[in-house]
Design a protein around this ligand. Structure first.
Ligand code: FAD
Length: 402
């Protein structure tokens, strides 16, 4: 067989902004870039948008507020939260004090500005928004190669049902969650050394409990008791998953399936009305690989003024902390026209646990998308111009301006 001919890659598409991955970060980046007038292609490996938030059944949109009564994340982070519960399809955690006009004191004592949304409805609504903005969505499309020369990415190589093809790109937003594009471009990346515990979140329906998100596994269990979780038939307590190895990821999915199956059998043993409703179709891993950016943000920098801030995020775990997110956390020095958003931006391990969550992915996605529509050299971008565009889109950049 003539291997070279068989695998010759044709350039079949071209765009200003190529977004790899259609999770929350990718949706935000594509929407933001398209609204700036860029020709945008979004390539998504699965056949639905939303990534972990929808296909992964992580349906808790964590807070936009600081827990002290102040909203800190704005722009697309808020637009997508509201879209996720459009038509009052709220599964849980209705933030009435934020949807209605309440004062800061009341909000400080109320539930935080977060919701639990319906994964399916959100995925459909997000798709509609992207199409309305003019984004070309390529489903079932894996980004599997990067053609880079002189620190500039010229093409992204993709594979889908049509076979292998290349897209000529102006700039690229890596929203794969695992910094796949960075890694394949040879850009400096870091892995999450501790690995991920097993998660097996799924939905069920029964007469006794109704429609329920069953958060099985150890992901939402405090660190002190992570090693004591009951997984049913197996002992998976000491197992950790990097999320970056094909064989290991298959194993993670099989492990999580066995935990779900044991849970379903046990529940049906007690209540015959119990039935599984839906299970995740992508692996539930949190932190895997990230870019080594021009700047790396740490939790110690809470309440610090950041001159190149692209927006603010709060701490979903406790009330109080606020961080301004530096533009430098989104791009590295090794590829001029590559930027990241979502759970693979440049943060320390401590900060990763804050930045990986849904609202933060929307904050970085929006900034990365606008920046990608503005330039193909992120290091040379005049950040004040990006900040003006973000402000015009409703984003508040600094804590002093709240
Ligand atoms: C168990 C668990 C519990 C969590 N709990 C919460 C919570 O309660 N609230 C909260 O806000 N957050 C929570 N998170 C975190 C949050 O869900 C994710 O970090 C966030 O949704 C990530 O968004 P993203 O867009 O960066 O990445 P992802 O959602 O991972 O999206 C990446 C997308 O890129 C696609 N993709 C990947 N590689 C490629 C490729 N090479 N080519 C093409 N497409 C590709 C994927 O299919 C996916 O759609 C949790 C995560 C886990 C795993």
């Amino acid at each position: 067989m003539k291997i070279n001919e068989t695998f010759q890659t044709q350039v079949t598409k071209e765009c200003d902004v190529f977004v790899a991955g259609g999770g929350i970060a990718g949706i935000s980046a594509a929407l933001a870039a398209a609204r700036e007038g860029a020709k945008v292609i979004l390539a998504e490996r699965e056949f639905a948008l939303g990534g972990l938030a929808t296909a992964g059944l992580i349906t808790i949109y964590l807070p936009l507020c600081d827990g002290m009564g102040r909203q800190v994340s704005f722009g697309l982070a808020e637009e997508l939260l509201r879209l996720s519960v459009k038509d009052d399809l709220i599964e849980d955690k209705n933030p009435i004090h934020w949807f209605d006009d309440y004062d800061i004191e009341t909000r400080a004592k109320a539930e935080r500005y977060e919701v639990r949304f319906n994964a399916q409805y959100f995925a459909l609504l997000a798709e509609k928004e992207l199409l309305k903005a003019g984004v070309e969505i390529l489903y079932g499309t894996l980004c599997c190669g990067v053609d880079i020369a002189d620190r500039h990415i010229d093409h992204i190589v993709c594979e889908n049902k049509s076979g292998r093809f290349a897209v000529k790109v102006g700039s690229v937003v890596d929203c794969t969650g695992d910094a796949d594009i960075c890694y394949r471009a040879g850009v400096a990346t870091e892995k999450f050394g501790k690995g991920n515990v097993l998660a097996a979140w799924h939905y069920s329906l029964s007469d006794s409990e109704g429609y329920k998100l069953r958060m099985k596994g150890a992901a939402d269990v405090p660190d002190e008791v992570k090693n004591k979780v009951d997984y049913g038939e197996q002992s998976l307590n000491n197992k950790r998953y990097s999320g970056l190895d094909g064989d290991e990821l298959s194993g993670q999915v099989i492990d999580s399936h066995s935990v779900m199956l044991a849970d379903i059998v046990k529940a049906r043993g007690k209540d015959k009305s119990y039935m599984p409703v839906t299970m995740p179709t992508i692996p539930q891993v949190r932190m895997t690989r990230r870019i080594v950016g021009a700047y790396t943000l740490d939790t110690a920098e809470e309440h610090t003024f950041v001159a190149d801030s692209i927006g603010m995020v709060s701490d979903w775990r406790r009330r109080g902390p606020v961080w301004e997110v530096p533009f430098g956390t989104l791009y590295g020095k090794d590829a001029k026209n590559l930027i990241t958003a979502g759970r693979n931006t440049s943060v320390t391990d401590n900060m990763w646990d804050v930045m990986r969550v849904i609202p933060c992915c929307a904050v970085t996605g929006q900034a990365a998308g606008i920046a990608a529509a503005m330039t193909d050299d992120f290091d040379a971008l005049d950040v004040t111009q990006l900040q003006e565009k973000l402000k015009n889109a409703g984003v508040i950049l600094h804590e002093k301006d709240l």
